[in-house]
Design a binder for this molecule. Sequence first.
Ligand code: DC
Length: 232
Amino acid sequence: MNDNVIALDGPAGSGKSTVARELATKLGYEYLDSGAFYRALTFYIFRKYEKENPSEHFQNWLEKNDPESLYSGAVVVCEFSKLGENRILLNGEDVSAAIRTPEITREIKHIASKGPYRDYVNVQLRNLALTHKLVMDGRDIGTAVFPDARYKFYLTASSRVRAERRHSQLKDQGIDSDLEEIEREIISRDRSDTEREIAPLKQAKDAILIDTDNLPKNSVIGKILECLDTAL
Ligand code: DC
């Protein structure tokens, strides 16, 4: 049993990153966003593609290249911060914001669906868990990366509620957005996350399911703490 990792999986917008961050702070663990590693890797490879052949479809270009040659040279580091946000460094460059553009979000499925890239990310995640206590969020943490984690949670919510949350986050940032469009994007991401052959998004058999549709963030954290309380 692995006691160094608390696994928090679920679809995009289920609230897992906010919950994971706050949970980590409460427990004195580090928060680790596994999606950021996929984002940084996609960003690195997408840059290569833009330099080499931007007129071709990214997916076609990827298929012509050997994954190892594409990811070699990428060093992704998560700089943990107790006070603010963690920083994601790619070969020393802070890419924390650059990896979250709609373009990277759109292209990431071409990387996250392939075994060699997943293996590359998993090595980093498992290495970090050797030296840190982590609350790790993602899609396959409880099923594929740490099937031996003692504590696993699966957060879910309807696509509508997730779209509404995203819509109001954007509104708070002064950005106008279309709710229907956001929901369509969420459904499309769910599809690529759940339908891929390797390490698809799914609830681990031994994960505790939390439906966050009608549950405020603090109640979700409270529920998780209750489950951990007896053991930690
Ligand atoms: O958590 P996020 O939305 O930032 O993740 C971006 C993408 O990375 C997501 O659409 C699927 C992929 N991902 C994954 O395949 N496995 C993980 N453990 C985490 C993320």
